[in-house]
Design a protein around this ligand. Structure first.
Ligand code: SF4
Length: 309
């Protein structure tokens, strides 16, 4: 196995293990042998210990294969090797113990081109997913939309009727309101990433079943891995309860910061709810101002004009 393929495989195994999809009996770093590529005196492949993988998935996760290299010129894996490509400039992974403690490094090593490729491959996998009944009932998959290097990711509940027709999240009236709210804190829609906890529409816009959310969870976690945003914004109760790991109502989850695997989370009302209940808009505006404040604090060189009356 080449150095590039080893690094990519290490990163992916680490991601699977940190998300509870697998348990490794051995440190993959040791098992894969030295990252130096095997010069004179380096242990041979025959000395590398096998990686023993146990399924640790607590959900009905369909196989989450990493992206397939599309351009043989940029990858050095053997034919059919299913690992993400990594440029030679990518530094080697830190010690395994350190990596486990640094979830904020997720995806940080990925270039823009690699993120685009991985998103494309994940979308292709989701297109064929039938891990829950919604896969056979949807019209179009709604994987997500936006900047692959977005620092803010908005997470809604599930695609609605308009999304099911277009394959794009938040395109109806609720989406238009979300665009306005983004503009009000100095962002264009294409500067953030927008997705949902479910990638397929529940019929009649019913609430997702817990089994459906569990089946789809790995796609969302994978999106966070690829994007590694600074801020997650949960839109509505379902996304808020998922990201905050809480059963409290949205009214009790909004208005303060939470954390999801080292990423700051702000919960706020779903734009569709605000369309029906305009009197909650001031609270939502408070949440958006807090999101703006956190962004400016984390990115002092990127001031964003905020809308003022
Ligand atoms: S909702 Fe998610 S888990 Fe269910 S079929 Fe669609 S992509 Fe698969």
């Amino acid at each position: 196995m080449t150095i590039t393929a080893k690094k990519a495989l290490l990163n992916y195994l680490e991601f699977l293990q940190s998300n509870g999809f697998i348990c490794l009996d051995s440190d993959p770093l040791e098992a894969l042998g030295p990252a130096s590529g095997g010069g004179p005196g380096a242990p041979s492949a025959a000395h590398a210990r096998p990686i023993v993988v146990h399924s640790a998935a607590k959900v009905d996760a369909s196989p989450m294969t990493p992206p397939r290299p599309r351009n043989p010129a940029t990858t050095s894996g053997s034919a059919g090797a299913a690992v993400p490509s990594a440029p030679s400039a990518v530094p080697g992974p830190p010690p395994a113990a350190l990596r486990r403690e640094l979830p904020q490094t997720w995806g940080a090593h990925l270039s823009r081109a690699e993120r685009i490729q991985w998103i494309g491959d994940a979308t292709a996998r989701a297109e064929t997913c039938r891990a829950c009944q919604l896969g056979a009932q949807r019209n179009k998959l709604v994987y997500g939309d936006g900047d692959p290097e977005a620092k803010i990711v908005f997470v809604g509940e599930a695609p609605g009727g308009d999304e099911n027709e277009t394959g794009i999240p938040f395109v109806g009236r609720a989406g238009q309101l979300l665009n306005k709210m983004l503009n009000a804190i100095g962002f264009k829609r294409q500067e953030v990433f927008i997705c949902n906890t479910l990638k397929c529409r529940p019929p009649g816009n019913r609430d997702p079943f817990p089994s459906e959310k569990a089946a789809c969870e790995h796609f969302l976690t994978e999106q966070f891995y690829i994007l590694r945003p600074q801020i997650l914004v949960a839109l509505g109760a379902h996304a808020a309860q998922y990201l905050c790991r809480s059963e409290l109502p949205i009214g009790k989850l909004r208005g303060r910061w939470h954390e999801y695997r080292g990423i700051a989370v702000r919960a706020t009302y779903h734009p569709a709810f605000l369309l029906r209940n305009g009197n909650f808009k001031p609270q939502s505006w408070d949440d958006f101002r807090a999101i703006h404040g956190r962004y400016v604090e984390l990115n002092p060189g990127d001031p964003r004009p905020i809308w003022t009356k």
